[in-house]
Design a binder for this molecule. Structure first.
Ligand SMILES: Cc1ncc(COP(=O)(O)O)c(C=O)c1O
Length: 394
């Protein structure tokens, strides 16, 4: 209608986390809120050297328009790494380079969702996913998460529904909960999705940030026909490069290419070239090992502080990787109230309820352990425990 925004904007919301991050700008505030990698481990010098090399040796090509799928050697690198790390065999032409994996969420939603289609979400789920899907006006169904992954009975019931179109899953170190699916749950989930002809997005930006336990095969490796496997260099190199990818089989990829061309023709080509040069000239495994060693220590300290300073009614997950852990307060405690008290004590986190689309999770919260050094984790967690005590006397 004249002078009005499109209907699809009616339910879409601004990112709650970005609003919170604006509070966290104050340098006195210790923030466990953002999902930021630790900038101390950004490879600044190696990226500068890679940029110099690309621009000096092949600047005119690197600055030209480029193919939609992305730089072929970079896609070969990603395919080789999947084969080596997970056994998953993919052709480089089954990889589309995207503007971060966030764009992957939008593109897949764009090619699949009509208004009213059902999207099955884990509860809780990634806010950026919920936001991306919301613009295509689906109905959301939610399925519970247990320590070893999605509730299979609930997934089977949701997938069997006529309108069920897409399952959105984060099987490794989920954002926000830190939960990882066991291999058997992956296999069973893939079977359920296959039987019910439901597409799925496997959003996997944290896969390589494992610091405990064993690697698990991608859920997509148990059935690729309707799978969109999303990856990203944001957490293992640097998020500002905005380099992510989608793995999809040819018929699905054909549709993605149309959506990608309409959105931006192709991802930033000079960024792809610089990233590839960086990957050629440096040892990515050694770089990631440096990051995970630090995240592991930070995660262990945060868990130790939760055990020492918080009452036993407060429970939390024990992530084997990634950047987040998930805290459940006693039922009667509101994490939003705790947030307001914590801000006064100069510490912030993300209250859990926005990660649920059904208004539940009022007593949950997400803590990020990647972006704060150990001294600040100790101080921040002490402040948080005091805020909880002040508010509820627990
Ligand atoms: C689960 C999940 N998916 C996607 C993204 C987006 O990442 P990217 O920087 O690759 O767009 C994030 C970022 O935090 C995330 O946590």
């Amino acid at each position: 209608m004249k002078g009005q925004f499109a209907g699809r904007m009616a339910k879409a919301q601004k990112s709650f986390i970005r609003e919170i991050l604006s509070v966290a700008q104050d340098p006195d505030i210790i923030s466990f809120a953002g999902g930021l990698p630790n900038p101390a481990y950004f490879p600044v010098e190696p990226l500068r050297a890679a940029a110099d090399k690309v621009l000096a040796s092949d600047g005119r090509n690197a600055l030209q328009y480029a193919p939609t799928l992305g730089y072929h050697p970079l896609r070969e690198f990603i395919a080789r790494r999947y084969a080596h790390k997970t056994g998953l065999q993919i052709d480089p032409d089954e990889i589309l380079i995207t503007n971060g994996s966030q764009q992957g969420l939008d593109l897949v939603a764009k090619i699949l969702l009509d208004p009213g289609d059902e999207v099955i979400l884990e509860a809780p789920s990634y806010l950026g996913g919920i936001q991306a899907f919301s613009l295509y006006q689906p109905h959301f169904q939610t399925v519970a998460l247990h320590e070893d992954g999605v509730d299979l009975d609930q997934l089977a019931a949701a997938a069997a529904r006529e309108q069920a179109k897409l399952f959105y899953a984060l099987p490794n170190f989920q954002n926000p909960s830190g939960i990882t699916y066991a291999t058997a749950v992956r296999e069973a989930s893939a079977r359920i999705l296959h039987e019910n002809q439901v597409f799925f997005i496997e959003d996997d930006p944290y896969r390589e940030l494992r610091f405990l336990g064993e690697d698990q095969p991608p859920l997509s490796s148990f059935g690729r026909e309707r799978a969109f496997l999303l990856g990203s260099f944001s957490k293992i190199v640097a998020p500002a490069l905005r380099m992510g990818w989608i793995v999809a089989t040819p018929p699905n990829m054909d549709k993605l290419i149309i959506a990608k061309q309409a959105a931006d023709l192709h991802s930033n080509y000079v960024s792809q070239r610089i990233l590839y040069q960086f990957l050629l000239d440096n040892d990515l495994d050694a770089h990631i090992a440096g990051i995970t060693a630090v995240y592991r220590r930070q995660r262990e300290l945060m868990v130790a502080m939760l055990e020492e300073c918080f009452p036993p009614e407060v429970s939390f997950t024990l992530p084997e990787g990634g950047m987040f852990l998930w805290v459940r307060l006693p039922e009667s405690v509101s994490s939003m109230d705790l947030f307001n008290e914590a801000v006064k004590a100069n510490v912030v986190f993300v209250p859990g309820h926005p990660f649920y689309v059904d208004g539940s999770g009022q007593n949950t919260l997400r803590l990020n352990f990647s972006n704060t050094d150990e001294a600040h984790i100790e101080t921040g967690m002490t402040r948080l425990a005091q805020a909880l005590k002040k508010l509820y006397g627990v």
